[in-house]
Design a protein around this ligand. Structure first.
Ligand code: GLU
Length: 424
């Protein structure tokens, strides 16, 4: 039954291998020829830079930065920049490929890319982060561009960092070019609805999946791992739609409340406490594993990669998993989850609302025009629903999981476009 799911690979997975394990199966289903397979799996460009930055102490520290352009077959490449201590080239390569499939699955005219800088922004001052962001932009000046490669926020970066990036790029070009990055503050050409877009897409795809599964959202129970830009908006929007959010977490801890956590209170607590949930009293303290394995209807992993693995997959009790994070389920865990009958709305579909509204932001910048929040939300909901139905129909047609179906849809699209564009 699960022969078509990727075979278990080794325990601690290399994220690029994890992506490739699914890619290989989808390529087989599509009957992809060898040449196209080789082209689509290989990143188009990988750049590594050393970034000397003056720290507040006056000393120079050299940071390492990456930008990987996985594909520009469908259009200019698109993807965020991650500031994290453990970010690696392999991780950025996987995340860049996921961006290619993500953009293709929601049918927006972008290829995929990702950037990363090895650093711990939590231990850096605003001035140090600004200098690092400007150094990164300057080092990548020939890589990025509004028709070429368009960065956006990811873990550890946000609108503030995008403003610095846009400013540094514009200074180098001698004119304001706001379409070079998305996820900017509103006053600099950011789009209404962008901040909550990823969480909103998670909510929309969760509700559509629940409808297909004949689950009533009202009073359905839900656990959300991660309370950053994705998890916090997903939690509050799902709560608004009637779900009971029984568990939430961030890097400081996890909380459980059978009666439902008051998300507005959690947001207020986070705002008053340096952006963290530590000290929150709206639930009992549990650990992250308990959150993942809790008895809820819906589980939304919206934090980091590889949290559902061979070690805990058979203990997951949720009926539906909606992946707010990129790569929260390792490839080895796929078949365990599938065999248990758990439905997974995969990352490249579930969290594509963010890049969809990034696309709208870029369109607005190029038009020199601003859309209303209502227009942004209406159009992104439509895109997310169309993408879901397309993936759902593909899953039914081939009798495969939604994850593999999402890969089949997106790889099929990029392969077809590649063939039209021709080759060397
Ligand atoms: N970093 C986000 C993601 O992983 C957004 C990327 C973008 O908007 O370009 O989807």
């Amino acid at each position: 039954m699960s022969y078509i799911e990727p075979a278990p690979i080794k325990d601690k997975e290399n994220p690029f291998e994890s992506m490739m394990a699914r890619f290989r199966v989808a390529a087989e289903i599509l009957g992809l020829d060898n040449e196209t397979y080789e082209v689509l799996k290989s990143p188009a460009k990988q750049v590594i830079v050393s970034l000397p930055v003056t720290m507040d102490s006056g000393q120079k520290k050299v940071f390492t930065g990456f930008r990987v352009i996985h594909s520009n077959v469908l259009g200019p490449s698109k993807g965020g920049i991650r500031f994290a201590e453990d970010v690696s080239l392999d991780e950025v390569k996987a995340l860049a490929a996921w961006m290619t499939w993500k953009c293709a699955v929601v049918d927006i005219p972008y290829g995929g890319a990702k950037g990363g800088v090895i650093c711990n922004p939590r231990q850096m001052s605003a001035g140090e982060i600004e200098r690092l962001m400007r150094a990164y932009t300057s080092a990548m000046i020939d890589v990025i561009g509004p028709d070429q490669d368009i960065p956006a926020p990811d873990m550890g970066t946000g609108p503030r960092e995008m403003a610095w990036m846009m400013d540094e790029y514009s200074n180098a070009m001698g004119k304001t070019i706001n379409a070079v990055v998305t996820g900017k503050p509103l006053v600099l050409g950011g789009s209404l609805g962008r901040v909550e877009a990823t969480g909103r897409g998670v909510m929309v795809t969760a509700l559509t999946a629940m409808q297909k599964m004949k689950m009533n959202p009202v009073n359905a129970t839900c656990a959300v791992q991660g309370f950053g830009n994705v998890g916090s908006f997903a939690a509050s929007l799902l709560e608004e739609r009637g779900l009971k959010i029984c568990a939430i977490s961030d890097h400081t801890g996890a909380w459980w409340n059978e009666k439902g956590i008051d998300i507005a209170k959690a947001l207020e607590h986070r705002q008053k406490n340096n952006g963290v949930l530590a000290g929150f009293t709206g639930g009992d303290l549990i650990d992250n594993e308990q959150l993942l394995q809790s008895k809820v209807d819906v589980l939304v992993p919206a934090a980091v990669e590889d949290v559902i693995t061979v070690h805990n997959a058979d203990k997951i009790q949720a009926k539906l998993i909606v992946e707010g994070a990129n790569g929260p389920t390792s490839a080895s865990a796929d078949s365990i989850i599938y065999d248990k009958g758990i439905v997974v709305v995969p990352d490249i579909l579930a969290n594509a609302g963010g890049v969809t509204v990034s696309y709208f932001e870029w369109v607005q910048n190029r038009l020199g025009y601003k859309w209303t929040a209502e227009r942004v939300n209406r159009r992104s909901d439509r895109i997310m629903n169309t993408a879901f139905e397309n993936v759902y129909a593909t899953a039914k047609k081939h009798n495969i999981s939604l994850r593999l179906a999402a890969y089949v849809v997106s790889i099929g699209k990029v392969a077809e476009t590649y063939k039209f564009r021709g080759r060397f």
